[in-house]
Design a protein around this ligand. Structure first.
Ligand SMILES: Nc1ncnc2c1ncn2[C@@H]1O[C@H](COP(=O)(O)OP(=O)(O)OP(=O)(O)O)[C@@H](O)[C@H]1O
Ligand SMILES: [Mg+2]
Length: 298
């Protein structure tokens, strides 16, 4: 595997905002992630691709402070650290937008935008929510991200899945995120709505955020990504700058073994008799595929 890292380190002197170096994660006997290295720079989009069970969620859980890594280094601006909680991650400017967003559907958009961080006005017994300012800010922030919503008083539940994702992205930007992790934001969306979300990913990059975009879909990743990490059964099978990989190569890395991959994943967790023998056969098939379809760049 060639890596994007070494090349960039010689051409640029700046330290990456976020860097994982040889990070592994074990869940008991299961190795969910093995020796993964990646970086996320300010004003760039790093895409993490892989099939089911590849380790994508495990990777973002480590970055988001949900789970601690077992081995390797986690660095922010060159300083090694261990995140003990999502709150600690947020404190460092690492915001995560999950596919299934935690929104209160019946509450207006502006209420959801400020949920948990409401602005108040007045003092003591006269303290109350500063509704006017919260509405104004929500309107302005959405407009600045290029999000055109008619009315911030509308219940957020009325928005489409794509629009909700966009509001969540704008919210993370407003509350000072430096690293924005997007967990399969386009997985449940149609073509048009996916396009809308991709546009806001590009806007977040333009605002200087280090975006980490998790997806199954190379066609969503390629147009917006600056760098691509492809995971397979917990390992990195490619880590490339955009100039060093084509959409065809990226698609080739993702395709081929998809069904077998899923079957292996299921068998690994099956207790039925014969599952382990079947798993060996499937894994042999996957190895054959790997040998036969190794793309030029990896
Ligand atoms: N909490 C856990 N305990 C034990 N094993 C786990 C745990 N979380 C994940 N795993 C295992 O680690 C591997 C990687 O899982 P992960 O959820 O990171 O994959 P993924 O790439 O996000 O897949 P998907 O596309 O299906 O979301 C899988 O084999 C999974 O079963
Ligand atoms: Mg996942």
């Amino acid at each position: 595997m060639t890596t994007a890292t070494s090349e960039r380190e010689t051409t640029e002197t700046g330290t990456p905002l976020l860097k994982l170096e040889n990070v592994s994660k074990h869940y008991g006997n299961i190795i969910a992630l093995r020796d993964v290295t990646m970086e996320a720079d300010a004003g760039s989009v790093t895409c993490v691709l892989g099939d089911n069970g590849a380790g994508k969620s495990t990777l973002i859980k480590i970055i988001a402070g949900l789970h601690e890594h077992t081995d390797g280094k986690f660095m922010m601006s060159g300083t090694e650290l261990r995140l003990s909680s999502p709150r600690a991650a947020l404190g460092l400017g690492i915001a995560t937008v999950y596919q299934h967003l935690a929104v209160v559907p019946l509450m207006p958009i502006w209420r959801n935008f400020f949920l948990g961080s409401e602005l108040t006005t007045g003092w003591g017994p006269f303290k109350r929510l500063d509704v006017k300012r919260m509405k104004e800010i929500t309107k302005k922030e959405l407009a600045d991200m290029g999000i055109d919503l008619r009315d911030v008083d509308q219940p957020i539940g009325q928005l489409s899945g794509g629009e909700k994702q966009c509001v969540a992205i704008a919210r993370a930007v407003y509350f000072g995120a430096k690293v924005l992790i997007l967990d399969e934001p386009t997985a449940a969306l149609g073509v048009k709505q996916s396009g809308v979300v991709l546009k806001y990913i590009v806007n977040a990059r333009a605002r200087g955020l280090a975006v980490v975009f998790i997806t199954h879909n190379p066609h969503h990743a390629y147009p917006v990504g600056d760098r691509f990490l492809v995971l397979k059964r917990g390992r990195a099978i490619a880590y490339q700058e955009k100039k060093d990989i084509s959409l065809e190569e990226l698609t080739g890395l993702m395709a081929g073994g998809a069904e077998l991959e899923e079957l292996a994943h299921e068998l690994e967790h099956s207790s039925s008799p014969g599952a382990q023998d079947a798993l060996k056969d499937v894994e042999a098939g996957l190895d054959d595929l790997d040998a036969g379809q190794a793309p030029a760049k990896s």
